[in-house]
Design a protein around this ligand. Structure first.
Ligand SMILES: *[C@@H]1O[C@H](CO)[C@@H](O)[C@H](O)[C@H]1NC(C)=O
Length: 400
């Protein structure tokens, strides 16, 4: 009997695993395709465990997801060792009250001429990850380019709603621009960069600081598969790739909502674009996302929204940089946008690059036909991500 029971359990587990692991990975994703599958399965597992824990009364989904992801990354970092940090002076500091980590290559510390600097803002949907999880990436950038990198430990949602993360990134960036000399950095050669939600924040900070007087100008912004709009969740990239577990449409909408209001009861409403009115769907803002929309210009103040907490914020460029008007793009520094085909955020980046170009800004757009969301963090193990990293560093080298 015991044997039969064990066999039944075994079969049940095997069937479950076969079903659970049967992740469809698109043919076009870069080889080895198994890699994207494993990354996707890890996110799916973290999400399901986090939800399950919340369901049985342990924590909340966003906090649980954060703990699980941090634990997984912690194991990865332990296995990796710390040799990647050799040749760098790394210290934690506070810039205008915001925690940051500063990476200074020994060559830059000793250099008799000032070196360029880069503010880096990590991704994770405004909810997950931290400076620690990005340590290998930020160290790599500093080392490869011989520049000082400042990684920002901004406050996370949903504990801190918009604009907390934005405010922290502005405050830290301003401090670095104003006190660059303390770090042997040339204040006229400071750029800003970030991936995913960090790309959102980098773009938002750049838009805001371009308008500030009496501050050194940012030299460049480099946005890696940024999230730039919460107006339309049915863009072709959301529709085509919303099922990919490396970043599902469901997760991305959840992240936006945790950042906006921490009210996920509106998730289905956002997923079906029912958070915007017909008037807004035909306004210039819709045209910012999809240039095929025939638009009728409307004043921001006259736009009506359904009864949803904080929903009007989706038109605020500090929240969603793609909602900036063309006039806001005046004076922007040279811009790099990286997009991946297998990413719900592809069209956000594509449209931003197009709009900047049209507005006369200097834009470089790298698109990875076989790339997927978040792949750059795997630059040292995933060949196509290594190539993307080279191109990103090449851009920064030329433009800082
Ligand atoms: C979205 O709006 C459509 C049309 O009004 C409606 O049929 C649908 O039930 C709504 N869905 C959600 C999730 O609100």
């Amino acid at each position: 009997m015991a044997v039969l029971k064990a066999a039944l359990v075994f079969v049940a587990v095997a069937v479950f695993l076969a079903y659970y692991c049967d992740e469809p990975v698109p043919q076009g994703i870069a080889e080895p395709r198994l890699f994207a599958k494993v990354v996707g399965m890890m996110f799916k597992t973290a999400k399901n465990l986090a939800k399950l824990a919340e369901y049985v009364g342990v924590g909340t989904q966003p906090r649980n997801t954060r703990s699980i992801v941090n634990a997984l990354i912690g194991v990865g970092l332990k296995l990796q060792g710390t040799s990647y940090r050799e040749g760098l002076q790394i210290s934690d500091a506070t810039f205008n009250g915001v925690k940051v980590r500063v990476y200074t290559p020994e060559s830059a510390a000793k250099s008799r001429t000032k070196v360029p600097g880069l503010v880096f803002i990590h991704g994770g949907g405004w909810v997950l990850l931290n400076v620690d999880g990005y340590d290998p990436l930020t160290a790599h950038i500093a080392k490869q380019l011989g520049i000082v990198v400042v990684s920002v430990e901004y406050r996370l949602a949903p504990e801190h709603l918009f604009p907390a993360a934005f405010d922290d990134c502005v405050a830290a960036t301003k401090f670095f621009l104003q006190n660059a000399e303390l770090y042997n950095v040339d204040r006229t050669r400071i750029g800003i960069s970030g991936d995913s939600a960090g790309g959102n924040l980098a773009a938002a900070v750049t838009l805001a600081l371009t308008k500030e007087k009496g501050l050194p100008k940012l030299k460049t912004q480099a946005l890696l598969y940024p999230a730039l709009q919460a107006l339309d969740f049915n863009t072709p990239s959301y529709t085509d790739h919303g099922h990919l577990n490396t970043l599902t449409k469901d997760s991305m909408v959840s992240f936006w909502l945790w950042y906006l209001s921490n009210d996920l009861s509106f998730k289905e409403v956002f997923k079906t674009n029912n958070h915007t009115s017909e008037q807004l769907k035909k306004s210039q803002y819709a045209g910012y996302v999809d240039h095929k929309v025939v638009v009728k210009s409307v004043k921001k103040g006259s736009i009506k929204f359904p009864e949803i907490p904080n929903v009007a914020i989706i038109l605020d460029p500090r929240f969603a940089p793609l909602m900036a008007d063309d006039a806001d793009f005046k004076g922007l520094p040279s811009t790099f946008v990286m997009t991946c085909e297998y990413d719900v955020l592809r069209d956000d980046g594509v449209m931003f690059a197009k709009r900047l170009q049209k507005a006369g800004a200097k834009v470089s757009h790298d698109h990875y036909k076989h790339g997927f969301h978040g792949f750059l963090n795997q630059f040292d193990v995933y060949e196509s991500a290594g190539t993307a990293m080279q191109n990103y560093l090449g851009y920064l080298k030329k433009n800082l």
